[in-house]
Ligand binder design. Structure first.
Ligand SMILES: Nc1ncnc2c1ncn2[C@@H]1O[C@H](COP(=O)(O)OP(=O)(O)O)[C@@H](O)[C@H]1O
Ligand SMILES: [Mg+2]
Length: 462
């Protein structure tokens, strides 16, 4: 009955006798001196006599413990790779952050022993974590998690440490969050940081209904999953940023075209109302003068004509300056801007100081134009929004770079609250400054606090 003598061990002999063929089985054998169970492949083969009767059975045993272990390891690794692959494919199929997170959690719950999961993201370096997606949680638990986190507000502090944190048994904790997790029957919780390119974007929290001791290998799988998800989040964020920029660029373009059209209308109106009217008047004066008999009579008319001509000339100069200040081409950036600043600010009672820290210097024409337009917009903003009393403009121009600073002591503003909605009537002045600078590889910094004035810093490498 027990040919091999191992309790509970399956015996191949019966199989050989009934099938008359070789039988192969795997037997566990307890090794009393090491306390280990080892596995043996046993092959039993029949030997026949001339009449075809089984006379002997030969049994060969081979220790396959290591082989078995390796096979199991390989299988597990394969499963983990398959999980990673599936999640990675899932997250790469969407550029919508909430959707991709929801799908990733769905897959993780489906493919692993995890029973519930949530992803929290930090939208801004100073802001709290925000619940972006969850799976396997009741609405009640999800609402609480959205308000105060799953077990604590900082996801086990993973954002600071950048390390995976395991809470083996949440029943040790008190408080409404722990009670909520208990209602969900969750026992073990794992917080995994979502890290992309060295920065922590948020945290993925997963929980199991059985108490789990996640080994190093399983923790590594979590981290690999988290990094796939983090990269996908980063991609989606970049995509959203590009889209927003694209939209802004489009709006800017439309506004630029409209502004150009407006400018043309204004010039046409000015030419019509002022220049053409004055020239018509001049025409009448000339005709009248031609009919006069004496030079004495004509002299009065000529004086009128002189006045009128001066007036027309002034007007034409103004229009030309608005189109493109010839001063900018003839005298350079600083004199043109000094003239512009004084002529716009002083009549409004604003004191303006324009200062050159470095010796005067001409810059490439496109750079002078860009800086002129940027400072022109800054000055227009000061006259329109700042209610300033003093304005200070400094130019620092070396061979390597140009730094221009426009500072006012007006009411300042809150940059954060500026939103450029498509239907906003607000202009895109600050934005077009930035665009102009970016085109030339420069940068714009705006330092302002409500009530404490505004400082605009333009930096451009040459
Ligand atoms: N120097 C300044 N002082 C106070 N507020 C400013 C100043 N410059 C800009 N702002 C604020 O920033 C907003 C955006 O400016 P801008 O993009 O030029 O658009 P717009 O001038 O058409 O409103 C302004 O509406 C104003 O509220
Ligand atoms: Mg403006």
């Amino acid at each position: 009955d027990q040919p091999c003598g191992y309790p509970h061990a399956e015996c191949p002999i019966g199989g050989v006798l009934s099938t008359r063929e070789s039988v192969k089985i795997t037997q566990p054998r307890y090794c009393s001196n090491t306390g280990q169970t080892r596995f043996f492949d046993v092959v039993a083969s029949p030997l026949f006599d001339a009449n075809g009767k089984i006379t002997r059975i030969v049994e060969l045993s081979r220790d396959v413990t290591e082989e078995r272990q390796m096979r199991e390891d390989l299988l597990r690794r394969n499963q983990q790779l398959a999980i990673l692959n599936t999640v990675s494919n899932t997250v790469n199929q969407s550029l919508d952050i909430e959707e991709l997170l929801r799908k990733a959690l769905e897959e993780i719950l489906r493919l692993t022993s995890i029973d519930a999961g949530a992803v929290f993201l930090r939208e801004d370096i100073n802001k709290d974590l925000k619940l972006m997606a969850h799976q396997g949680l009741s609405e009640e638990a999800a609402t609480l998690a959205a308000q105060v986190g799953l077990l604590d507000g900082s996801c086990g502090g993973v954002l600071e440490t950048g390390q995976i944190t395991i809470v083996p048994d949440v029943s040790r904790f008190r408080g409404h969050r722990a009670r909520s997790l208990k209602r969900e029957r969750l026992i073990t919780l794992v917080h995994i940081p979502l890290v992309a390119k060295g920065s922590t974007l948020g945290s993925m929290c997963v929980g199991t209904k059985m108490q789990c001791q996640f080994n190093l290998e399983e923790q590594q799988l979590f981290q690999a999953l988290a990094s796939q998800i983090a990269v996908a989040i980063e991609n989606a964020q970049l995509y959203a940023e590009v889209q927003q920029k694209e939209q802004l660029r489009g709006e800017l373009f439309v506004k630029a075209i409209n502004a150009q059209e407006e400018e043309r209308k204004r010039i046409a109106r000015e030419l019509h109302d002022e220049t053409s009217q004055s020239l018509t008047a001049l025409l009448y004066f000339i005709e009248e003068t031609l009919e006069m008999k004496t030079l004495k009579d004509a002299k009065g008319k000529l004086l009128n004509m002189l006045q009128l001509t001066k007036h027309v000339l002034d007007n034409v100069h103004k229009i030309i300056f608005d189109l493109r200040p010839s001063m900018l081409d003839h005298l350079g950036l600083v004199p043109a801007l000094r003239w512009f600043a004084e002529s716009r600010l002083e009549p409004k009672g604003v004191r303006v100081v324009v200062e050159e820290v470095t010796p005067p210097k001409r810059l490439p024409s496109e750079v002078e134009t860009a800086i002129f337009r940027i400072v022109q917009e800054a000055i227009t903003n000061i006259t329109r929004h700042a209610a300033a009393r003093n304005v200070h403009i400094t130019f620092n121009m070396t061979d390597e770079q140009v730094i221009v600073c426009v500072e006012d002591d007006g009411i300042g503003f809150n940059i954060e609250s500026l939103d450029y909605l498509p239907d906003s009537t607000r202009g895109l002045g600050l934005l077009s400054m930035q665009e102009r600078l970016e085109l030339l590889g420069g940068e714009l910094a705006i330092n302002t606090i409500p009530g404490q004035g505004t400082q605009l810093l333009v930096r451009l490498g040459l």
